[in-house]
Design a protein around this ligand. Structure first.
Ligand SMILES: Cc1cc2nc3c(=O)[nH]c(=O)nc-3n(C[C@H](O)[C@H](O)[C@H](O)COP(=O)(O)OP(=O)(O)OC[C@H]3O[C@@H](n4cnc5c(N)ncnc54)[C@H](O)[C@@H]3O)c2cc1C
Length: 666
């Protein structure tokens, strides 16, 4: 059954940008470590000493975490969950009884009332056992109803829904549609006011927990408003109950991993949503989603840490046990390099994730950039660790746990860990979108100061005012990004790691200069130079990870010299490797193949380079359409591929070539 019609209209780049900009938090009311990094200022005081979790909170969380750990160990069979694609009801009920669906819900509403860090510790435990369970709990608590309700709900909404949620009414978050992946501007689910009731129509795709949920947060387009004579698109968030008439689960989706994900397509047909179920306010839905994700995004970084730790343990044991060519494989340099790097990265990932969690818990920080970096950095690093673990386990890394067990070997589920993990680089903001989100904030200060000078569509008056502002700001700011003492004895309190903190300081000034130079070099077209922006973001991510790791290791050293010395040694290793990556990213800003690569990709998209690949099996572009005919036509011509001119191939593939399509980057 066709569950989703293709979108009725396409959205222009300008429209998409407008919607995203309208949802952006414009203000920086609290300090941000990473925002300052981009401006060339190292604020170690914001993250050092490394924040400790409040001792009372640790004590409060301990009984729950202990029970959760025992439950996971004794009652959860992850191989079975993966094999059957279902989480047994007894497991879901067991989690309900532990209070695992209301970890952060305040106690007065029946929740456990624990903090963000305690929640992350619980998620780390669950993630080290089962990805589908993590998704169940985190789609409910990180992005489902409890988190936005806590942040934006009114008292009546909290009284009505928190107790149900805390008892284990499962919830979900429904934003994505067929045409709405990374870009919400194309949203087609609508809500229209009919007296005191909103009437909801549309279809949502890939809603995690959707097939089991009682409650949903649904994003829908509400009527546009006119602001200063311009139409302003509105997206509003609603709490919707799935047993209301008109809510229908149309399809349960299945994926490469997370086999027991209760993820579905949900259709809304004239669903009548009471006015009081609007969350926060009309038109604030997208902003609500973004702010919710600032802390919601911290789940994936901590589950990446869990994956890193588990893989390290698996790799360590196997590399010591498996003997090939006369030695344990861990003594062969190639494998030892992987294990050393894995350990260093896991330490850094943990330092980043827990630092962000502590910042969210303490308050007084704006963590939107830190959380985005944590999501991006940890999911990418986690994926590399898992890839290395598969390699270290060799053929056994590729074999399923059930198959290993059946032939008498330890059922180590590296293959499943890999399948379950891959989605982390795609959902809750794909790696590309995280880069763009961070890059937008990185240039924010410059746009505030000089936006009127460089952006198109400004009046002469605005440009002159912008020039004055720019002269006043850059006259001081730019020279000072070249000056500054970041050599010995600065940061001496970091001992052996001080040199790395000094490197972070020098490099953040270089980063700030590089952002500025890139803006001058590319002007408004910088937005199109994603490879340049991504390198700048990657530098910032490495510098943040280095700073967090140094602070963390130094903190451990202060607590316990013997154990801390190892952490310092590992942090030193991480920083040495990170410095090499930072230098390489900086070098890539000047020396790269971005433009020819982009241009060639456009030729491929236009069908011009297809002669080289035409033997490959064609891709179905939609369920009803198979490009087999095209393939056969092409295949008959490509017996001698070189005789085929690109234009002919393009015609045969019926790929239109629009003017100006190629060469957007120059
Ligand atoms: C298992 C699973 C669970 C999910 N759970 C939920 C859920 O609970 N609720 C919900 O609302 N959604 C959910 N989603 C949807 C998920 O958030 C989206 O898949 C994600 O936002 C990406 O959208 P897309 O897949 O349509 O990719 P697209 O947006 O089509 O992007 C395709 C590729 O292009 C890249 N890309 C897109 N735009 C740009 C750009 N401007 N510049 C550079 N690169 C770009 C993307 O990074 C990606 O690599 C889930 C998806 C899956 C698969």
């Amino acid at each position: 059954m066709a569950t989703l019609a293709p979108p009725k209209r396409t959205v222009s780049a300008d429209e998409a940008r407008e919607v995203a900009e309208a949802a952006r938090e414009q203000e920086w009311a609290a300090p941000s470590f990473v925002r300052d990094l981009f401006l060339g200022k190292l604020r170690m005081d914001l993250i050092h000493p490394y924040p400790e979790q409040d001792a009372d909170e640790v004590a409060r969380a301990k009984p729950f975490l202990d029970k959760l750990e025992r439950f996971l160990r004794e009652d959860v069979d992850s191989d079975r969950i993966d094999r059957e694609g279902e989480i047994p009801e007894t497991v879901i009920d067991g989690l309900r009884q532990l209070g695992a669906f209301g970890i952060k819900i305040p106690r007065e509403y029946g929740g456990l009332g624990l903090s963000q860090l305690s929640y992350m510790k619980a998620i780390e435990l669950v993630s080290s056992v089962d990805g589908s369970l993590t998704a169940l709990l985190s789609a409910h608590q990180s992005i489902g109803v409890p988190q936005p309700l806590k942040m934006f709900g009114n008292e009546a909404q909290k009284k009505k829904y928190f107790p149900r949620l805390a008892k284990g009414a499962i919830s979900a978050f429904a934003l994505t549609e067929h045409g709405v992946g990374s870009d919400p501007a194309a949203m087609e689910t609508t809500a229209i006011l009919d007296d005191d009731v909103w009437v909801l129509n549309g279809e949502k795709l890939w809603c995690t927990n959707g097939t089991k949920a009682e409650l949903l947060v649904v994003m829908a387009r509400t009527p546009s408003k006119m602001v200063s004579g311009k139409e302003k698109k509105q997206i509003t968030a609603f709490i919707v109950e799935t047993d209301w008439p008109g809510v229908e689960i149309v399809h349960r989706c299945h994926f490469m991993g997370l086999k027991a994900l209760y993820n579905g397509v949900i259709r809304f047909t004239n669903v009548r949503v009471p006015k009081e179920n609007v969350l926060w306010g009309e038109g604030k839905g997208l902003k609500l989603a973004l702010i919710t994700l600032n802390t919601g995004r911290l789940t994936l970084p901590i589950s990446s840490v869990a994956a890193g730790k588990r893989c390290l343990e698996i790799s360590r044991r196997w590399a010591a046990e498996r003997v090939q060519w006369g030695r344990p494989i861990g003594q062969h340099d190639a494998i030892a390099q992987k294990i050393g790097t894995m350990a260093a990265n896991t330490l850094a990932m943990e330092a980043v994730a827990e630092l962000c969690g502590a910042m969210a818990e303490r308050g007084g920080y704006d963590i939107r950039l830190e959380a985005a970096i944590a999501k991006l950095y940890n999911s990418e690093a986690g994926w590399r660790i898992i890839d290395d673990t598969v390699q270290i386990r060799g053929g056994r890394g590729y074999e399923t746990a059930d198959s290993l067990r059946a032939r008498g070997e330890a059922p180590i589920p590296v293959e499943r860990i890999m399948r379950d993990f891959r989605i982390n680089l795609i959902f809750e903001g794909s790696s590309e979108i995280m880069h763009l989100f961070i890059a937008r904030e990185a240039v924010d200060k410059h746009l505030q100061v000089a936006g009127d000078v460089v952006l198109p569509g400004k009046t002469v008056r605005e440009r002159l005012a912008g020039l004055g502002r720019s002269a006043a700001f850059y006259g001081w700011w730019y020279p000072s990004r070249w000056l500054g003492w970041s050599l010995w004895p600065r940061y001496a309190e970091f001992g052996r790691l001080a040199k790395h903190v000094r490197f972070v300081e020098r490099s953040c000034r270089r980063l700030a200069r590089s952002v500025f130079h890139s803006m001058i070099r590319f002007g408004p077209k910088l937005e199109l130079r994603q490879s340049v922006l991504f390198r700048l973001v990657d530098v910032a991510a490495e510098l943040f990870a280095m700073a967090a790791t140094c602070s963390r290791a130094q903190g451990l050293y202060k607590q316990d010299r013997a154990a801390g010395a190892r952490a310092v040694k590992l942090a030193d290793l991480f920083c040495r490797q990170a410095r090499r990556r930072v230098r390489s990213k900086f070098n890539g800003l000047r020396r790269n193949e971005d433009v020819p690569t982009y241009k060639f990709a456009q030729e491929i998209l236009a069908g011009e380079a297809v002669w080289r690949f035409a033997y490959m099996w064609p891709v179905r572009s939609s369920p009803g359409h198979c490009s087999m005919q095209t393939h056969c036509r092409l295949a008959s011509n490509v017996v001698h591929p070189f005789k085929l001119k690109p234009r002919v191939v393009r015609q045969q593939l019926q790929v239109p070539r629009k003017q100006g399509e190629i060469g957007q980057l120059s």
